[in-house]
Each structure stands twice: as structure tokens, then as C-alpha cells.
Ligand binder design. Structure first.
Ligand code: C2E
Ligand code: CA
Ligand code: CA
Length: 759
């Protein structure tokens, strides 16, 4: 009866182990194969024992014995392999070395040799439970087997022990269960060895160990671990989370939820009630949809996104729900700040150009017609101001102008920074009271630290005439108004009126005609004679004149400033240079000693390569460079001085004579002169002409002439109108003379006639 019972139990265990082996083999886990072999290796010892228990002859029992012993070695061998796999550390190396496996293999051979030497065990027959049973009697060879197996199992236990100590608490379970089972089975097995009972019940433990290992390595998902991890994730988020049971009672809240509701207690129900106080009945919100709530005002304003949702089981029954509150205030502030930065000028905090234009354009679409002005506000000579007082002071000036605009504006005004030193505004007409603004601007002071400086501000206004007007056109008009008082430091306000409009139209007309005027030779150089100490004409300056088919004779004053402004001066200058070259080529035979000076505008240097253009003309007309003199003004040298000086140096190297025009009208003349690569200094008499104290003027001219001579530069005075001036300048040592005293600028034919007459 006992025998049969155990045979059945063993058979069931074998069947279970087979199933475990099969399942592990099929499992996706990398450890699956090792576990499969381990499960299967548990079968032979159980099977061996089953045979021993059921044996009817000593021979049968002996076969059972061999199966049992070899099976035990296989168990230990696979346990070692499993341990290596199961307890593998990050670096992936085997923990238990291969020599353990070699020892076990040697043990198997040693045990099999028992067939020949009978040194390890033998079978004895005993009577138990009233029946004959076979038991094995260990001999000395058995000790080798025990030492190797117990040694290996001890190593395995040590590995499990160390792992279970080292790993975080949540994982300990995985190792401790196997360790404890291993210890129990080992004790049980040892107990059997000494008990001399005919049936090895510890085989049950051995099989159960296999099944346990299978469970823990293949099936066991540490649920508690997952729970903890998920809970940690939820606790760690900044999102407030509240979980509700199926009946709607709050069962869990995380830390942010407590912080949000200012509830310090653990009681989830209270936190939930406080949340309802804040946001109302959250369970009435639509499911899985974030709803925005704004709480508090001003600095303390907070924006929350609140959502709720439910959990369902496999049958669609609600098993719980959650509420989630996300504080997006910081994110919202960030976006608002980015929007602000994109639309505002960083320095002054007012709108930037694009946004000002957009806002004004929106305003125009509404009702600006007739009731609003567009204004352009400019700081006079801002560049000079910046240079003189430093960038920091310049920045302070811009900020204070922006503040001034803020002060004068209300919510109906739009204002912003349009360019470096220009602001723009669109304001209701009633907001502008001219006297107040004029008076305010008269005393506009910029202060930074202890320094205070007066700032000249000009404002140009224009009316809005149509409601579909382009903002940039309006600003152009306002700027033209402003530009009309550019040099007037007493006036601060100007309107785009008929005069300015007419001038604008004139400029447009003239600019549009330049190209054809050049092509049709309406623009010609007039030549003004230049004389030497004896009054003999030695050359001429080419000065542009426009003989206009409708407007008649036009002096440079009518068109040159405009073209200098809009950059078209380059076309005009090229035309005059070429005309001068033509004349010189023509003169080669007639008047080979005469030169012509041509003007080079400051703008030319920026737009074209003056040197190569002029040089190619000289080559084209086959004239010697020294007969084409180059006049540059001080102002053209003011910016990028070094680069320009190089250009002038090149001109001189090529044989041109370079003249410094209008000397004395700029503001750093003397300082510049010492480094300037020029041959002739043209001193403008006009700037001395109006001087009250003629004596002082004379002293200045005399010394400038002396200075030029000392520097090896030829002095030339222009604007010489009387014989008295001529004589005096002659005495002072001046070398060349130009002015109405000799002649006003003349058309080519008249100039040549004058030459003939003088001869
Ligand atoms: P600028 O180069 O200083 O030319 C001398 C100006 O003084 C000329 O005026 C000339 O007519 C005037 N002038 C000559 N003698 C006397 C005098 O005795 N008394 C007085 N009061 N004035 C005298 P204009 O021809 O009207 O030219 C004015 C300015 O226009 C020139 O000043 C020059 O800066 C510019 N300009 C003329 N033609 C050209 C040109 O082809 N290209 C460029 N870029 N500028 C030119
Ligand atoms: Ca000139
Ligand atoms: Ca001049």
C-alpha cells in the first residue's frame, strides 16, 4: 500500500516536471532552456527512487540506484548552470566556475565504475512495513560523491545568499524562496541518508524544488515590485493624482495632490474633498478630457488642467476611477514670455517693428480713418550721441524715449521701436496736444548715473487718408515730415503737409527720370575754371547741371541731395566721370596741360568699386590719370576711414591726384589731415565768408594754408569772389584758386571760349 502510494506520488511528480520542462522550453525567456534542463534533470533521481521502491529483484534496485546517482549529479550540474544564469550580474560573467562541472562529470564516471569495482554502493534487502525492500549501502566511493555534490550545492547556496543580501528588498523574494527550498531539500536528503528508511521521501522535496525554480524563473512576475514601481512613478510626477474605488470613495492620493489642496494629512478622503472645493465636482467632467481652470489673480495666477477617467475590468465594469490635476502655470508663463519676446524689443520693452506694423494695420481696419495720426519719432544724431557718450548712455536714451512714449499713451495708442533710433506710434488725434509735446521735448534730458544730456527728438506726423493704407507707406510719410526738420534743433514736431507731399512727388518724378536724362544727355558737366597764382587757368572742376525739358536749368542743389539720399548718385557720378574723360581725351591735342576734377560722393564708396570704375574709364579713353583729379569730402572719409584711405592711396599710386574737398566744413578736419593721402586741399571760403571778425577768419585761412604747405599738400581756395580775396590769398601763399572771381561754372563751349580769350 505504502509502496503503491509512493510510486503514484513519484509518477505524478515526474509528470509535473515533464510539463514544467516543456513549458520552460517553449517560453520566450532567455533562461527557459536552462530551466527546462534543470526540470528534466530532476526526473532521473525521482525515477531511480521509484524503481528502487518498486523493485522486485536486487538487480532492478541496482539499475534504479545508478539512475538515481547519475540523476543527482545531473541535478547538481544543472543547478550550477541555472545559478549562473539566474544570478547573473551586469557584467554577465559566470559566477560558478567550470571546474565545478568537471568535478561533477568526474563523479559520474566514478559512480558508473561501481559496476566493476563495487566501491561506491551495494544493494541490501531489508524488511519494512512487513514487506521486502531494497536499500543501498554506501561504501567509501560514496564519500567522493557526497563531497562533490554537497560542495557544489554549498557554492550554489552561497551565491543565492549573497544575491539575496545584495539586491534591493523588493527582489529578495526571488532568491530567498529558492535558497530556503534548497536548504530544506538538502537537510531532508541528509536526514534520509542517516535514517536508513527504505523510501527516500526527500525526492518529493527535490521535485518540488524543481517546480519552485520553474515557477520563480518562468512564471513569477513580482507583482508587488510592479505595484511599487508604478506607485513610485505616480508619486514622483508633478501631476496631482487621486484614485477612487468603484463606489467613488477616494482611496489614494499622491504628494502633489496633497500639496495642491494644502492638506498635510494622509487621509485621502479629505484631500478629495479639498479638491472638490477647488475645482467643483470633478466626477461631472467629461471623461479623459482636460479642462482648464484659472485660479488666483496677478502674480499668484495659476492655470490647471483637470481630467478624470475610469478603470474597467474585462467585462466593462467600472473598478475604479482617477482624477488628475496638472499645474501648467510655468509652461503657460514660458509660452507667454516667448510670445512677448517675439513681439517686443528686448532693450526698451515696447513692441518691435513687425508687431507695431501688425497692430497698426489691425487698427486701421477698424476705425482709424480721420481720428488717428501715425507718428515717427526719431532721435537726432543718435549715432554721434552714441559715439560721444558711449553705448550704455545710448541705450539709456532709447529706454527713456520709450518711457516717454509710455507716459503719453493710453490703451488706444500703439507704439514700438521701428529701427535703431526711430520709434513709431499710432495715436488718437485727441491725445496729441502740440504745445505740451513741444514743451516737453524742448527739455528732454537723458540721465545715467550723474551724467545728464539733452536729447533732440523730432516727431513727424501724418494723417490716415484711406482705411486700406499700407502701414509702411504711412511711416514713410511721417518720416518725410520728420526729415523736413532734420537740421532744425528748435523745432520738434512736423506734419506731412502739402509742401512735403509736393517735395515727395518732385523727388519721385526726378528719380524716375534720371536714367533717361543721362541717356539723352540732359545732364552735363559745367566746368568751373581753376587758376594758378598768376591767374592762368590750369584746369576745371566738373559740376553737374540738368537741362530739364520741362523744368529748365537745374542746379545740383535741386537733385544731388535727393540722389545722395536714395543712392542714385552713383549713376549720376559715373556719367559725369565719363563725360570728363571724354573732354580730356578731346583736349589731349588742344589743351594737353589742363586737368579736370570730378566729385566722388560718399555713397559711391559703398555701392561700387570707385577705383576700378574710374581706372577703366581712364584706360578706355586713353588719358593720363594725373589729368583726372579725384575730389572726396571729409564726410566720405568719416566711416571705415582706414579702408577708404587705402583706396585713396591706390589712386595716388596709379598717378591720380587726390583732392580733399570742402575742407573745414566737417568736424575733424585738422585731426584727419595728418594721415590723409591727399595731394590738394580745397579750402572752402564760404564757411569763412559770413564770419563777423574778418581778421580772425584771415588768421585761420592763413594758417591752414601754411599747414597744408608744411604737410606737402597743395592748398586751393574755392569760393574766391573778389580781387581783394584773391590778392590776400595769394599773399598768404595759396597756390590754386577757384571761384566766381575767375568764372562761374560754364558749359564746355563757353569754358573753351574763355580759355581762347585768355590766351
Ligand atoms: P562743391 O564740390 O563744393 O562745388 C563747388 C560749388 O561752389 C559749386 O556749386 C559752385 O558753383 C560753387 N561756387 C564756385 N565758386 C563760387 C563762389 O565764388 N561763390 C559761391 N558762393 N559759390 C561758388 P554747385 O555747382 O551748385 O554744386 C554744389 C555742390 O553739388 C558741389 O559742391 C558738389 O558737392 C555737388 N556736386 C556738383 N556736381 C556734382 C557731381 O557731379 N557729383 C557729385 N557727387 N556732387 C556734385
Ligand atoms: Ca567739389
Ligand atoms: Ca567744394
Amino acid at each position: 500500500m505504502v509502496r503503491t502510494a509512493f510510486i503514484i506520488i513519484f509518477a505524478l511528480l515526474i509528470a509535473t516536471l515533464l510539463v514544467c520542462g516543456f513549458v520552460s522550453w517553449r517560453s520566450q525567456k532567455s533562461i527557459g532552456r536552462v530551466v527546462c534542463l534543470l526540470c528534466l534533470s530532476h526526473i532521473p533521481p525521482v525515477l531511480g527512487n521509484m524503481i528502487i521502491v518498486g523493485a522486485v529483484s536486487a538487480h532492478e534496485a541496482l539499475i534504479g540506484c545508478y539512475i538515481y546517482y547519475i540523476g543527482m549529479d545531473l541535478v547538481v550540474l544543472n543547478l550550477v548552470r541555472f545559478t549562473n544564469e539566474y544570478c547573473r550580474t551586469k557584467n554577465g560573467k559566470d559566477i560558478l566556475r567550470s571546474w565545478i562541472s568537471i568535478l561533477i562529470a568526474a563523479d559520474m564516471i566514478q559512480l558508473l565504475l561501481n559496476m566493476f569495482f563495487g566501491h561506491a554502493f551495494r544493494i541490501n534487502e531489508i524488511t519494512s512495513y512487513g514487506k521486502p525492500y531494497y536499500i543501498m549501502t554506501p561504501l567509501w566511493g560514496q564519500n567522493i560523491h557526497r563531497i562533490i555534490c554537497y560542495g557544489a550545492i554549498l557554492c550554489v547556496m552561497m551565491v543565492f545568499l549573497v544575491r539575496s543580501i545584495k539586491v534591493p528588498r523588493l527582489y529578495k523574494e526571488r532568491y530567498i524562496v529558492i535558497l530556503v527550498s534548497l536548504i530544506l531539500v538538502t537537510i531532508w536528503e541528509t536526514f534520509y541518508i542517516f535514517s536508513k528508511t527504505p523510501i527516500d521521501r526527500s525526492m518529493i522535496g527535490l521535485a518540488v524544488l524543481g517546480i519552485l525554480i520553474f515557477h520563480f524563473s518562468i512564471y513569477y512576475r513580482p507583482l508587488r515590485l510592479l505595484d511599487r514601481m508604478l506607485a513610485d512613478i505616480v508619486s514622483d510626477t508633478k501631476v496631482a493624482v487621486l484614485l477612487y474605488g468603484p463606489e467613488g470613495r477616494c482611496i489614494w492620493v499622491n504628494e502633489p495632490a496633497r500639496e495642491l489642496t494644502l492638506m498635510r494629512q494622509e487621509d485621502a478622503e479629505k484631500v478629495s474633498t479639498a479638491l472638490t472645493d477647488l475645482f467643483g465636482q470633478i466626477n461631472e467632467l467629461p471623461e479623459n478630457k482636460e479642462v482648464e481652470y484659472i485660479k488666483g489673480t496677478g502674480e499668484n495666477e495659476k492655470t490647471y488642467l483637470v481630467a478624470r477617467g475610469s478603470f474597467y475590468d474585462n467585462y466593462g465594469k467600472v473598478i475604479g476611477s482617477y482624477a488628475r490635476v496638472r499645474d501648467i502655470s510655468a509652461e503657460k508663463h514660458r509660452i507667454e514670455k516667448e510670445m512677448f519676446d517675439a513681439n517686443h524689443d528686448a532693450l526698451t520693452g515696447v513692441y518691435n517693428k513687425e508687431y507695431t506694423y501688425k497692430k497698426i494695420s489691425d487698427q486701421l481696419k477698424q476705425h482709424a480713418l480721420g481720428d488717428y495720426y501715425v507718428a515717427s519719432i526719431n532721435i537726432c544724431d543718435f549715432k554721434m550721441f552714441n559715439d560721444a557718450f558711449g553705448r550704455e548712455f545710448g541705450d539709456a536714451a532709447l529706454k527713456q524715449v520709450a518711457d516717454w512714449l509710455r507716459k503719453y499713451s493710453d490703451e488706444n495708442c500703439i507704439y514700438g521701436r521701428i529701427t535703431g533710433d526711430t520709434f513709431g506710434s499710432c495715436l488718437p488725434k485727441r491725445m496729441f496736444i502740440q504745445d505740451i509735446v513741444e514743451d516737453d521735448l524742448k527739455h528732454f534730458q537723458v540721465s545715467l548715473g550723474d551724467t545728464q544730456q539733452h536729447l533732440v527728438i523730432h516727431i513727424g506726423f501724418c494723417d490716415i487718408e484711406h482705411d486700406d493704407e499700407d502701414v509702411s507707406v504711412l511711416f514713410d510719410r511721417a518720416f518725410l515730415a520728420l526729415d523736413s526738420i532734420r537740421d532744425d534743433y528748435k523745432k520738434h514736431v512736423a506734419f506731412f503737409d502739402k509742401k512735403i507731399r509736393d517735395k515727395m512727388l518732385w523727388n519721385q518724378e526726378i528719380s524716375g527720370q534720371l536714367e533717361s536724362a543721362i541717356a539723352q544727355n540732359q545732364i552735363v558737366p559745367y566746368l568751373q575754371p581753376i587758376a594758378d597764382k598768376n591767374g592762368k587757368i590750369v584746369g576745371a572742376e566738373a559740376l553737374a547741371r540738368w537741362i530739364h525739358p520741362i523744368h529748365g536749368f537745374m542746379s545740383p542743389g535741386d537733385f544731388i541731395p535727393l540722389f545722395e539720399d536714395n543712392g542714385m548718385i552713383v549713376d549720376l557720378d559715373r556719367h559725369i566721370w565719363r563725360s570728363a574723360c571724354k573732354i580730356l581725351a578731346d583736349w589731349e591735342k588742344k589743351y594737353p596741360e589742363l586737368f579736370i576734377s570730378v566729385n566722388v560722393s560718399p555713397k559711391d564708396f559703398y555701392t561700387i568699386d570707385v577705383l576700378s570704375e574710374i581706372m577703366s574709364m581712364v584706360v578706355e579713353y586713353g588719358i593720363e590719370p594725373k589729368y583726372l583729379r579725384i575730389e572726396v569730402t571729409e564726410t566720405s572719409m568719416m566711416r571705415d576711414t582706414e579702408d577708404k584711405m587705402k583706396v585713396l592711396e591706390e589712386f595716388r599710386k596709379l598717378g591720380f591726384i587726390v583732392e580733399m574737398d570742402d575742407f573745414g566744413s566737417g568736424y575733424s578736419s585738422l585731426n584727419m589731415l595728418k594721415d590723409m593721402p591727399v595731394d590738394v586741399l580745397k579750402i572752402d571760403m564760404k564757411f569763412l565768408g559770413k564770419s563777423n571778425d574778418e581778421n580772425k577768419a584771415n588768421i585761420i585761412v592763413k594758417n591752414v594754408i601754411r599747414l597744408a604747405e608744411d604737410l606737402g599738400i597743395t592748398p586751393l581756395t574755392e569760393g574766391v569772389e573778389t580781387v581783394g580775396q584773391y590778392d590776400k590769398l595769394n599773399q598768404m601763399g595759396c597756390v590754386l584758386f577757384q571761384g566766381y572771381y575767375f568764372s562761374k561754372p560754364l558749359p564746355l563751349a563757353e569754358y573753351e571760349a574763355l580759355l581762347e580769350e585768355k590766351r
